[in-house]
Write a protein that binds this ligand. Structure first.
Ligand SMILES: [Zn+2]
Length: 111
């Protein structure tokens, strides 16, 4: 056997999968939710830095996927926690750069 060498990309891009639509994207384009260590209080928290300690789950930076993830308890299931904090959706939305949905704008506080 000539030992085929798999080509290694010069720039490694970590790929993660959205817990809702199962689409894979570069990690930095997704939003991360982390299950915090018990000593930090446990529970789920948005992790905009992508580097917080604990197990992470990822979701597209889209309002659709965020809302589905919350509604369908994807983060809870993926990270095996009983419930997500009520402000998790807001925390994720705050980092969502997708085009805003008009239906949400009425309740959003404008700066
Ligand atoms: Zn998605």
């Amino acid at each position: 056997m000539s030992g085929e060498v798999k080509s290694i990309k010069p720039y490694h891009t970590p790929i993660r999968m959205c817990v809702v639509c199962r689409q894979t994207s570069a990690k930095k384009t997704l939003l991360r939710v982390v299950r915090r260590p018990e000593k930090d209080g446990g529970g789920l928290a948005a992790d905009p830095t992508l580097r917080a300690n604990g197990r992470g789950a990822y979701v597209c930076a889209s309002q659709e996927c965020i809302q589905k993830a919350i509604k369908q308890k994807r983060f809870e299931r993926t990270l095996n926690v009983p419930s997500a904090p009520p402000d998790l959706a807001d925390a994720l939305m705050a980092h969502c750069v997708a085009a805003p949905l008009s239906e949400l704008s009425s309740g959003a506080a404008a700066l």
